[in-house]
Design a protein around this ligand. Structure first.
Ligand SMILES: [Zn+2]
Length: 166
């Protein structure tokens, strides 16, 4: 497993197995963190108060969102914004996002033929391409489809879209 350098900006965050625990990650009453589970209050606060979901600090433009291919046409980001640096760290280190990249690499090694499902590559995520989307602004709102807090992005506010899988 590759060791990921932790950004200076993230050094104050607790780590689990060498990975930074994002600010919005839920923790249980005994203090342990649950990777992949979201603290609903912090999710709402991150979207509403423009706080980075990874480090918890205020974000300013450009905001960076991780969005799946299915989120892009709707211009709705189900995840709160990130700093560009935190987004880069997350795309490199986050098991959810990096899992798809692991799968991609193993496919490359077998000349494009899928070599089964490597560990940590969750089927639900393998089906989606993830993008990092830079925006100048967003509007927090309640996604009518999921009834979850989300970020609505105006087409004119998008600065850059980059697939996380090359
Ligand atoms: Zn951050």
């Amino acid at each position: 497993m590759t060791k990921i350098d932790i950004l200076v900006a993230l050094r104050h965050r607790p780590t689990l197995a060498g990975l930074v625990v994002p600010w919005i990650t839920a923790h249980m009453p005994d203090g342990r963190y649950r990777f992949g589970a979201i603290d609903a209050q912090r999710l709402g606060a991150s979207l509403r108060d423009h706080r980075c979901q990874i480090c918890g600090e205020p974000t300013f433009r450009p905001f960076v969102f991780a969005m799946r291919d299915v989120d892009l046409p709707r211009l709705i980001a189900p995840e709160p914004p990130m700093h560009p640096e935190c987004a880069h760290y997350s795309a490199t280190a986050c098991p959810m996002l990096a899992g798809t990249m692991t799968r991609y690499r193993s496919e490359q090694q077998t000349n494009g033929e899928a070599s089964g499902d490597p560990r940590n590559a969750r089927p639900g995520h393998a089906a989606h391409t993830w993008y990092l989307v830079w925006t100048t602004d967003y509007t927090p709102f309640l996604d009518p489809q999921t009834r979850q807090p989300a970020a609505r992005i105006a087409l004119g506010d998008i600065l850059r879209i980059r697939p996380i899988r090359r």
